[in-house]
Ligand binder design. Structure first.
Ligand code: ARG
Length: 457
């Protein structure tokens, strides 16, 4: 069939070229946005006397019917069409005759597609934010349960200082909160309407771009028509925000995988979020966490692909830009799927608090506190640090721990040591003393929880 754009050429394209050129396989998911945008366009055309009100009414009713028919399945989307914009217009013209041909006045597919993607992604951002929020809620609830559960805190994956599990979980809540802020910020810049930029230069018709923008819920319009049709920054921005989010989920996944290992045994994942092995009957694998960690690569890849596609494009629209959609849709779909499985996995995860505590009891995790004890008694920190280090070396040599060294031994290293040192190096004291804002004490964790809950209100 000849193309709707048959003009200079006869519109007959080789099948292989046509398939190559077509985007309907992946842009049909924007049918709702495309139709909604067209309804606003028809209303504006009538308001500005570019078409009659009767024509606009017919167009809008026709578009409404197409939307209802696609929704109900009565109108299957024809994959032989070039893209969703052409499909809708073609059906409209089939159904309305010549009136249908008036819809594309003062518009181009270039501003139309830019509009559709913005509207589509705007809705996706709202869903993504809700999903991130649900994960933060789950984390905060977990952190509350484990606000005073002692575990080793690590640097270099070496036991460093005791912390609470609640504190560790809240670290991820803070990261995800920033992700929500980033999404909101991205949405703000995305929320400007390109419709009315037309092919590239604007139009000779007396249109009202702001009326259309307002009807479609945009905060403003793109003020330069060349920029309006060639801007895909909002896709790049969204994918970079999603990449950062995936970094967070991937780091968290890595920890969950470690914690669920036989070596750590810090957490137990619900059976519902693990898998078995087809050959090793003892296995319980953290596949969900591994897949989330793995899928981060694909989201970063989507971002890189679009950056690369865009970097050499002259203004304004180029067909290369059709490559924006598959990547950005994939990134959005992937992150949504990850969040949908990650949140219940976290909500059903339990901590093996005894194991966490036992791990914190070894490894001289209270050596800093021993040094701080001497500082409190008047010794400069560097000297105290040295003595504490010597005592750790002694313990390692004698195969014991700081808690079990007799006071006489301590006093051979410094006369400042007294009986009360044992209380100061007790793990509970070590944790609960860290009351500095943002520190690991139970009180501080509870303050963080309250702050996040307030923030999310
Ligand atoms: N399918 C195209 C895309 O996704 C729509 C815009 C086509 N514009 C054009 N001048 N060929 O980018």
């Amino acid at each position: 069939m000849a193309k709707m754009w048959a003009g200079r050429t006869d519109g007959q394209v080789e099948k292989i070229a046509d398939d190559f050129n077509s985007s309907i396989r992946f842009d049909s998911r924007m049918y709702r946005q495309d139709i909604t945008g067209s309804m606003a366009h028809a209303a504006m055309l009538a308001a500005k006397n570019i078409i009659t009100q009767a024509d606009a009414d017919a167009l809008i009713a026709g578009l409404e019917q197409i939307l209802a028919d696609i929704d109900s399945g009565a109108l299957p989307i024809d994959m032989e069409c070039e893209d969703i914009h052409m499909f809708v217009e073609q059906v409209l013209t089939q159904r309305l005759g010549d009136v249908g041909k008036k819809l594309h006045t003062a518009r181009s597919r270039n501003d139309q597609v830019a509009l559709d993607i913005r509207m589509y992604l705007r809705d996706e951002i709202d869903q993504l934010s809700q999903l991130v929020k649900a994960l933060i809620d789950a984390l905060v609830n977990k952190a509350e349960v484990y606000a005073d559960t002692i575990m080793p805190g690590y640097t270099h994956l070496q036991r460093a200082q005791p912390i609470t599990f609640g504190h560790h979980l809240m670290a991820y809540a803070m990261m995800l909160l920033r992700d929500m802020e980033r999404l909101a910020d991205c949405r703000k810049r995305m929320n400007r309407s390109p419709i009315g930029c037309c092919a590239l230069a604007g139009t000779t018709y007396d249109t009202d771009r702001r009326m259309e923008a307002q009807q479609l819920g945009f905060e403003d319009i793109c003020l330069n028509s060349l920029d309006g049709v060639s801007d895909r920054d909002f896709c790049v921005e969204l994918m970079s925000d999603l990449s950062v989010l995936m970094v967070h989920l991937s780091r968290f996944s890595e920890e969950i995988i470690l914690w669920a290992s036989w070596e750590f045994q810090f957490v137990e994942l619900s059976d519902a979020y693990t898998t078995g092995s087809s050959i090793m009957p003892q296995k319980k694998n953290p596949d969900m966490a591994e897949l989330v960690r793995g899928k981060s690569g694909r989201v970063f890849g989507d971002l890189m692909a679009l950056l690369t596609t865009l970097k050499g494009l002259p203004l304004a629209y180029n067909k290369d830009m059709q490559e924006d959609k598959e990547g950005v849709f994939d990134a959005v779909d992937t992150v949504k799927m990850c969040l949908q499985v990650f949140t219940p996995m976290i909500a059903t995860m339990t901590a093996k608090t005894e194991n966490m505590k036992r791990a914190a009891q070894k490894g001289f995790i209270n050596a800093t506190d021993l040094a701080d004890y001497l500082v409190k008694k008047g010794l400069p920190f560097r000297s105290a640090y040295k003595i504490s280090g010597q005592l750790v070396a002694l313990c390692i040599k004698e195969n014991t721990v700081l808690e079990e060294l007799p006071l006489e031994t301590y006093r051979q290293y410094s006369h400042l040591f007294q009986e009360d040192l044992y209380r100061d190096i007790d793990l509970v004291t070590c944790v609960e003393k860290r009351i500095s804002e943002g520190g690991t004490s139970t009180a501080s964790v509870k303050a963080q929880i309250a702050w996040v809950r307030e923030f999310l209100k």
